[in-house]
Design a protein around this ligand. Structure first.
Ligand code: BEZ
Length: 220
C-alpha cells in the first residue's frame, strides 16, 4: 500500500531526448535570472558540474573559460549549473579568478531545489544522490536537443571535443552531410547514404571519393 501511494504521488518526468524540444526552465544564475527561451536564436551549451570548490570542476571551469571565445565565434552561449547556491558560485568564481588568474565569463545556475537537474536527468543516483554528474547538453537555436554527453564525477571533460561536436553539428546543418569518426573541420565529410538504387548509381558519377556505393566522402 505504501509503495502504491509513493508510486502515485511520484511525479513522472520524461527525460530529454535527441531531436526533441529541450525542457523549458527558469533559474537564478550568477548573472541574474535566465529562462531557456532567452537563448532562442543561439546555440546553447548547458553543462552541470558536481560541486563548487572541487578540483576537477575547477579545471573544467578554467577549460570552459578558455573555449568561451571560440564558442562565441560559433554563436554558442554557455551556461553552467550545480545544486550549490548563488553565493557559493560567486565565492568560487572569485576564488578561481584570484588563485588561478582565470576569469569566468559565463553564468552559472544555482539549482538549489534541483528543479533543472531533475528536468534534465543530471543527477545519477548510482554516482551521487545529491550532486549533478558532468552532463553537457547542446541545444540548437530552435530549442531542439542536439547532443548529450555524460561524464562521471571523477573524469574531467575534453573541451576540444565539445568544440568539435559543435563544429560537426553546425557543418551537418549547413551542408546536409554527416561527419566521420574523429572528424575535424577542413576534413572530408560523409555524403548521406542514397535512398534508391538510382541515387546509388548517380552518386558514383558525382566525383565523390567513394569506397563503395554506400561509403562516399567529399570535401566541402
Ligand atoms: C572534483 O571536481 O574534483 C570532484 C567532484 C566530485 C567528485 C569527485 C571529484
Amino acid at each position: 500500500m505504501e509503495e502504491k501511494v509513493a508510486a502515485e504521488t511520484k511525479e513522472v518526468v520524461s527525460l530529454p531526448r535527441l531531436g526533441e524540444r529541450a525542457p523549458a526552465f527558469e533559474a537564478v544564475t550568477t548573472q541574474g535570472p535566465v529562462r531557456l527561451e532567452d537563448f532562442k536564436g543561439s546555440w546553447l551549451v548547458l553543462f552541470s558540474h558536481p560541486a563548487d570548490f572541487t578540483p576537477v570542476c575547477t579545471t573544467e571551469f578554467m577549460g570552459f573559460a578558455e573555449i568561451h571565445p571560440e564558442l562565441k565565434k560559433r554563436g554558442v552561449e554557455l551556461l553552467g549549473l550545480s545544486v550549490d547556491s548563488v553565493s557559493s558560485h560567486i565565492a568560487w568564481v572569485r576564488n578561481i579568478e584570484e588563485k588561478m588568474g582565470v576569469e569566468i565569463p559565463f553564468p552559472v545556475i544555482a539549482d538549489l531545489d534541483k528543479k533543472v537537474a531533475t528536468l534534465y536527468g543530471m543527477i545519477h543516483p548510482g554516482e551521487s544522490k545529491t550532486e549533478t554528474s558532468r552532463c553537457v547538453f547542446v541545444i540548437d537555436p530552435e530549442g531542439i536537443m542536439r547532443a548529450m554527453i555524460y561524464y562521471p564525477l571523477t573524469t574531467g571533460r575534453n573541451m576540444q571535443e565539445i568544440l568539435r561536436l559543435i563544429d560537426a553539428l553546425q557543418t551537418t546543418d549547413k551542408h546536409k552531410v554527416a561527419t566521420p569518426a574523429n572528424w575535424k573541420p577542413g576534413e572530408a565529410v560523409i555524403v548521406p547514404p542514397p535512398n534508391t538504387q538510382e541515387m546509388a548509381e548517380e552518386r558514383l558519377k558525382e566525383g565523390y571519393e567513394c569506397k563503395d556505393w554506400y561509403f562516399c566522402k567529399k570535401k566541402l
